[in-house]
Design a protein around this ligand. Structure first.
Ligand code: PMP
Length: 435
């Protein structure tokens, strides 16, 4: 594809989808094919995918493709008929949770799943207020966009939402650590509770990603989450765990990232990786919550949990289990983390490295003492990596955190390629900055 052809496609896109339709990279990527951990552009150039968690078990995994194709060639309908697929899948999925989380509802996107969770929590508690971090993103429907404190202007204007600071152990508000830091952040959750109560709204729940995926995969001070949830529950609210990014074994060791902190949520929401790119999402909660919600409100979703979606989602579970991909997240994840920490020992730009299974955050700073965020540098690294054939992205209040989240079949050889390329790009960016 020539540069002219690419520019024409870009112009057509802007003309028909609007100039703000999001695209990654200074030089947008035109992808045409994917396989495993690789994607290919229109010129046949291949890129190592270290960012996409939607093709969770690998791009175009043959087992998932075959399951979708077979079911699509047999039957696909809306969801008001009896069908084996939804029942089989729901039984298999709920069995992977704590016994108290024993029922499922389906939706098509993470946003919808969170929307259902909000309605369920508000109905169950009789309260309106929701607590989130001050750099949250949980989706794009009207009610969920209200929660997008770091990302969406709507969130600034609503009374129903109160936020607390990201419980970050690297960028701490004062020189606190250990229990004192956990208590400090738990107190900020209490302040959010007090705010909602003073507005007369009460607390319906706290909605967080237990791995703080959009906040930069911060390490919570140990014990914080348990303390925060205890206070929310004491105020009558529920704990809603958004596992849209961290679910399905990404963080290794556990199927669900909330298991790390050892506090069982009241409601869990699932999405992105669930169908390997096929749109299916879910809400998992107790029988009590789901039956009470069903009795009160009407929930019907034309596409959610249809036979094809459930075939795709079941095939994802098959591959995760048969290819032992949780263990791979632990093993390859450790290998990537070692490589990143070795880079940290040589590149002053790396202030902090955080890892949870096959999920990584690399916080770039201009000065390790002041921890001044290196947002421009992070964007340069992301674009340099793309030029070198490795796809990553950045996040953070100043966009200063490199975010890495490869498909689960990521192997050691891919880890080596990632680390070598990152080494090259960090050097390029550091040298260019020195001028
Ligand atoms: N929750 C989290 C944590 C997310 O990261 C996202 C999407 N980035 C969503 C919910 C919304 O999911 P969707 O885009 O499928 O609506």
């Amino acid at each position: 594809m020539t540069g002219n052809e690419r520019n024409t496609l870009l112009e057509r896109r802007f003309r028909v989808l609007g100039s703000h339709s999001p695209l990654f990279y200074e030089e947008p990527l035109h992808l045409v094919r994917g396989e495993g951990v690789w994607v290919y552009d229109a010129d046949g150039r291949r890129y190592l995918d270290v960012y996409n968690n939607v093709p969770h078990v690998g791009h175009c995994h043959p087992r998932v493709v075959e399951a979708i194709a077979r079911q699509a060639a047999t039957l696909n309908t809306h969801t008001r008929y009896l069908h084996d697929n939804i029942v089989n899948y729901a039984e298999r999925l709920t069995a992977k949770f704590h016994p108290s989380l024993n029922m499922a509802m389906f939706a098509c996107t993470g946003s919808e799943a969170n929307e259902v969770a909000l309605r369920m929590a508000r109905h169950a508690t009789g309260n309106e207020g929701i607590i989130v971090t001050d750099f949250a993103y949980h989706g794009n429907t009207a009610a969920v966009a209200e929660l997008g404190t770091g990302f969406m202007p709507e969130a600034q204007s609503t009374q129903r939402v109160a936020s607390f600071p990201i419980p970050d152990s690297y960028r701490t508000p004062q020189e606190l650590s250990g229990d004192a830091l956990a208590d400090y952040y738990a107190d900020t959750v209490q302040q959010a509770i007090d705010t909602l109560q003073s507005r007369g709204l009460g607390v319906a729940g706290i909605l967080i990603c237990p791995d703080f995926a959009n906040e930069g995969l911060v390490y919570e001070p140990p014990g914080f989450l348990a303390k925060a949830i205890e206070r929310v529950r004491a105020a009558g609210g529920l704990y809603i765990a958004d596992e849209v990014q961290g679910g399905f074994g990404r963080t290794g060791h556990h199927w669900w990232s909330h298991e790390w902190a050892g506090v069982t949520p009241d409601i869990v929401t699932l999405g992105k990786p669930m169908g390997n790119g096929h749109p299916i999402s879910g809400v998992i909660a107790s029988e009590h919550l789901i039956e009470a919600f069903g009795e009160w409100g009407m929930y019907f979703n034309t596409f959610a949990g249809n036979p094809v979606s459930c075939a795709a989602a079941a095939a994802v579970l098959d591959v995760l289990e048969q290819e032992n991909l949780l263990q791979n997240a632990v093993d390859t994840g450790a290998c990537v983390a070692r490589g990143l920490r070795e880079l940290q020992s040589r590149h002053a730009l790396i202030g902090d490295v955080r890892d949870k299974g096959l999920f990584f955050a690399i916080e770039l700073v201009r000065d390790r003492d002041t921890r001044e965020a290196a947002g421009a540098e992070a964007r340069q690294v992301v674009n340099a990596m793309r030029r070198e054939g490795v796809l990553i992205s950045s996040i953070g209040k100043q966009d200063q955190i490199l975010k890495l989240r490869p498909p689960m079949p990521f192997q050691r050889e891919h880890a080596d390629r990632l680390i070598e390329t990152l080494d090259t790009c960090l050097t390029q960016v550091t040298e260019a900055r020195r001028g």
